[in-house]
Design a protein around this ligand. Sequence first.
Ligand SMILES: *Cc1c(COP(=O)(O)O)cnc(C)c1O
Length: 471
Amino acid sequence: MLNPAAAARRAIPSLDRLLQLGAVADLAERYGRPLVTEAARAELAALRAALGRRPPEPHAGFDEAHFVQACAARLARETRSSLRPVFNLTGTVLHTNLGRALMPQEAAQAVARAMTRPVNLEFELDEGDRGERDRHVERWLTRLTGAKAALVVNNNAAAVYLALNTLALKKEVPVSRGELIEIGGAFRIPDIMSRAGVKLVEVGTTNRTHLRDYSGAISPRTAALMKVHTSNYAVQGFTAAVPEDKLAALAHRHRLPLITDLGSGMLVNLEDYGLPHEPTPREVLAAGADIVTFSGDKLLGGPQAGLIVGRPDLVERIRKNPMKRALRVDKMTLAALEAVLRLYADPARLKAALPTLRHLTRPAAEIEAQARRLLPAFESALRGKASAETISVKSQIGSGSLPVDLVTSWGIAVWGSGKRRSAAAGGISAAFRALPVPVIGRVKDGTFIMDLRCLEHEDEFVEQLTHLELK
Ligand SMILES: *Cc1c(COP(=O)(O)O)cnc(C)c1O
């Protein structure tokens, strides 16, 4: 007589037989034959491996329905998009790891059109001949910054690289030691400069740099002066930096251009929206900068892009750099950017129309009311396994914008009981990440905190809380 494991193994039908089952054929209809064959093979292997580990009940046969269900679950899991929507309740409005700026519907529609239909990307409709792709956004960028010329590349790191590589190849560029920053994801000003073929000349000290430090560093080998906005940290206390206008005057006395890397670079005055000031490209250009670079997907609230605005002769030289071709943006980026820039033409509507600005300006009282309204839904989802409370928190802008300026916000704090509170917080955080639309918060002092500043789609959010499974 066979032992139960051998009997159970023998009861498993062949792959070919299983692929002929009606329910499996239905799966093949939906997912295609190759994926279904792979899934069935993997499920069979898993079944056999399980039999090796623990012997089955005597006379346990092959459960066909269970097998089909397991295949279906495997296929659903494996064909799900890797890039999925999440709820950003981290308290960081522009979260680089969560895709930075959210874009308005207008931008999404423009992108869909550009993706699915031929467009005049590099084609002049008036003359009927070849055009320049950046022209679609140049008129908006010049209007919004006061610059006479503009161009667009893949991101601000590329913009800095291309500007330096064009204007200072094999030459020297003095930069203040207080501005030799690292942005998350290994963007370091000294590294970008050396890769751009530019020799960095460090001037001043970490906390204080004076005009004489720059003038002492200028030599016949100098090609430009550069200023970098220390966007993700603040030098506080006994500090000194040289303002743009003084530095521009010095550069121009030596017939050198001033390049300013603004990092974020908002196109409107944030103070008009009750937020702390962030320098605008218009201000920096008016102070005398010749080239200004900034990101498309930070405060501007558009797609990932690097914007270069400034003096037309310099912008033209940058445009002609062969590396521009390697760093150029595609039609989807241009479509989204054009739609977002157009919104800036109507500042009165901007706050409602641009998600980044809408989230940053949400009144704390409104977020507090939302937290109170949602608390019962959290409490019932936790089923007594953890406690929840509304909590006042500080949101930050993120992506290196306004590092020290935190905005008051409200959220929900969840914590487990017992002595191992910090381990429990990790488990709570994981349970929220496992929801159908993962909820990303942060853990602080043994508490899982969700800042509701960026919570939209509230109904969907509340509905899926019922799926929460706390261990
Ligand atoms: C964010 C930032 C960059 C890099 O911009 P990306 O668009 O992320 O490439 C460069 N410089 C400064 C000062 C920044 O803040």
